[in-house]
Structure formats: structure tokens, C-alpha cells
Design a binder for this molecule. Structure first.
Ligand SMILES: *Cc1c(COP(=O)(O)O)cnc(C)c1O
Length: 364
């Protein structure tokens, strides 16, 4: 496993806005550590709820324009804990085939019946909803806001309309959309103006927000229910106060430094058009086309992809290879993610290394 490199050479991180290293976030973490210590000392429902945990939840709820929010220890815990607690044996989950592993694990734990629809295929989702509409259980439709391997955007508006039509619950996992899409990075649900139609919005604090954690936004009733039922919330210790403080500072920055998001998109457009000009397959033919900073360079063969990745690393660029079973057989890729903090010179250097290495290996 290669160790992480400095930002300029790193094309593989989810540090979209450079917040992992932002001085204001470091200061917030240090100040909270000095004031409150390094750990919360208990699970939230026993003695592990500090004022700063509640402040963060209130801050996120206000940012997202929803009634309430609950923060989990990770995005994984948020998804798995939520899906597994709001569904039971008689219920149905309708899930995009490329949804994240944490959703799948949550669905398995819930023992609900799992129906998988083809990637972004709204008509297929409707067929499945019709099949189960007369069954007594609840129906939950779930999609990623941004898909993590191809960088394409989920059909949030159309799926929300289906949920209205069939009385289903709509849930969106915005891990890769938070801080990236929507006004000031409010996510895909905001991007599609669907805040009042999506019942459960999940986000992560581990990617663009720069720290660690996950959250669920929704109605007061939903959040109160999760406070009492979501097992990772009930049975696992809450964040250190420094994490909560860091995240509060990050949401402030989304409002006060929107130019980071603008730079992220500028860099993305530049990087992707240069890669296309150089002749790389960055998706859109046999794989979905990226619509976000996630930029797959499709190689195909798994072994060749890993060799390419290692050669890039040796040449000073960190771009991790991803192969089966994370992506389908024959669709192995180098997954690059642009950030707001890559300078134009760094991007140019990375592009040069990518081209030279690819040519020397017969990839290009
Ligand atoms: C990264 C990711 C998660 C998990 O988030 P963590 O905070 O890293 O646990 C959940 N869903 C999707 C789509 C992700 O990409």
C-alpha cells in the first residue's frame, strides 16, 4: 500500500477542497483539544454527548435547510446504521447497482428484501416499485448522489418523483457530492432542488469536509428515531471534540471561501479536457461519463492498471489503480480526483507524467 504523498503529487485523495490541511481547521482542532481533551469518553446516549456535538448537528441541519441532523462516527456507519434501523424484514430496499458498500451492508443487516435496479435506470426502478407496491412493507429507494468510481451524478430528481408517486421513502448518499455539488457544496439534493422531496440525506465529513464522520439529515422525527435505534450511534463512542470542532470550522469555510469550490471545478474541467486531448479514455463510452472531479482513466486490464499505477508512483505521481471486484472485470482504471489546491503547474506536471508513463508502457 503506497503511503500518501503531498497534495501536489497526489491525484488519489478525496480532499476535494484542501480542508484536510487548512490552517483554520487545524486551529479549531487544537483549540478544542486544549479546551475539552482528546476523547469524549462514552457513547453519545450515555455520557458522550458534548455541547460541541450538538452544535455540529445544528450547524449541518441549518446548512442543509432541514429540520435535524445526526452525526455518526463515519459515513459508513451513517449509511449502515440508518438503512438497518429504518427497515425491517417485511420492507423493501430498491438500490442502484453501483451504490456504496455501506448501503449494501445496511440493507443486509436490516433483513429487508433487496431489489437492485440497473445503474441510473429510473424506468427499471419504477418496474421494481410496481412489483412491490401492493406488498405491505415500506419501500426505500436509494441512490448515491455522485458515484464514486465513475464520477457520474445520480438521477435524484427523477427518483424523488417516483418516490412521491409510489409512496416510497427517498434516500440519497451524498458522500462525494458534499462540498462539491449544489450551492456552497450543499450536495446533489440541493443541486436538483429536491430538499423537500428527499427524506433521508446522508453525507460524509471524511471527504471534502476534511476530517472524519458521517451524518444523516431529515425530519425531526427521523433523527429522533435514529438517536434511539441506530446501532453505531448507540453502541460506539462519539467523536473526539476536536473532530466536531474541525467540522464546524469546515462548514463555516464552505460559506466564507466559495472560491475553493470554483477552483475545484476549474481544475476539473482543465484536467479532464487535457486528458481527453492526450488520448486517454476517461469514460463515457463503455463506462459512465464523469460529471464531477472524479476522473477515471480506464485501462481495462487489472494487472496492467496496477503496473501503470506503480510506474506513476515511481515517477512521482500518486494515482491509485482500482480493479475487480471494486469495479467490473475489464473496467480497471486509475481513479484520479482533482482538488481545488492543485496548482496549474502541478496539474501540467502530472499530465506530462501520465502521458510519458502511459506511452512507455503501451497504455496510450
Ligand atoms: C466514502 C463513502 C462512504 C463512506 O464514508 P466514510 O466517511 O469514509 O466512512 C459512503 N458512501 C459513499 C458513496 C462513499 O463514497
Amino acid at each position: 500500500m503506497p503511503l500518501r504523498r503531498q497534495a501536489g503529487h497526489n491525484l488519489a485523495s478525496n480532499n476535494y477542497l484542501g480542508l484536510c490541511n487548512h490552517p483554520k481547521l487545524r486551529e479549531a482542532a487544537i483549540a478544542a483539544t486544549q479546551k475539552f481533551g482528546v476523547g469524549s469518553g462514552a457513547v453519545r446516549t450515555i455520557a458522550g454527548t458534548m455541547r460541541i456535538h450538538l452544535e455540529l448537528e445544528e450547524k449541518i441541519a441549518a446548512f442543509k435547510g432541514v429540520e435535524a441532523c445526526v452525526v455518526f462516527q463515519s459515513g459508513f456507519a451513517a449509511n449502515a446504521g440508518t438503512v438497518s434501523s429504518i427497515l425491517g424484514k417485511e420492507d423493501f430496499i430498491l438500490s442502484d447497482e453501483l451504490n456504496h458498500a455501506s448501503i449494501i451492508d445496511g440493507a443486509r443487516l436490516s433483513r429487508a428484501k433487496i431489489k437492485v435496479f440497473r445503474h441510473k435506470d429510473v424506468a427499471h426502478c419504477e418496474e421494481l416499485l410496481k412489483e412491490v407496491q401492493n406488498e405491505p412493507g415500506r419501500k426505500l429507494v436509494i441512490t448515491d448522489g455522485v458515484f464514486s468510481m465513475d464520477g457520474d451524478i445520480g438521477p435524484v430528481a427523477q427518483l424523488s418523483a417516483l418516490c412521491e408517486k409510489y409512496g416510497a421513502i427517498m434516500m440519497v448518499d451524498d458522500a462525494h457530492a458534499s462540498g462539491v455539488l449544489g450551492r456552497n457544496g450543499r450536495g446533489s439534493v440541493d443541486h436538483f432542488h429536491c430538499t423537500d422531496k428527499v427524506d433521508v440525506q446522508v453525507g460524509t465529513l471524511s471527504k471534502a469536509i476534511g476530517a472524519l464522520g458521517g451524518y444523516v439529515c431529515g425530519s425531526r422525527d427521523l433523527i429522533d428515531y435514529l438517536y434511539h435505534r441506530a446501532r453505531p450511534f448507540l453502541f460506539s463512542t462519539s467523536h473526539p471534540p476536536s473532530v466536531a470542532a474541525t467540522c464546524i470550522a469546515a462548514f463555516d469555510l464552505l460559506e466564507s471561501e466559495p472560491e475553493r469550490i470554483a477552483r475545484l471545478w476549474d481544475n476539473t474541467r482543465y484536467f479532464q479536457s487535457e486528458l481527453r486531448n492526450a488520448g486517454f479514455n476517461i469514460g463515457g463510452v463503455t463506462t459512465p461519463a464523469s460529471e464531477t472531479p472524479i476522473t477515471p482513466i480506464i485501462i481495462g486490464d487489472g494487472r496492467q492498471t496496477m503496473d501503470f499505477s506503480r510506474a506513476l508512483f515511481a515517477a512521482g505521481v500518486m494515482a491509485t489503480g482500482i480493479a475487480f471486484p471494486t469495479v467490473p472485470e475489464g473496467k480497471a482504471r486509475i481513479r484520479c480526483i482533482m482538488t481545488s489546491e492543485h496548482t496549474r503547474a502541478q496539474i501540467d506536471q502530472a499530465l506530462e507524467t501520465l502521458s510519458t508513463t502511459a506511452k512507455s508502457m503501451g497504455v496510450l
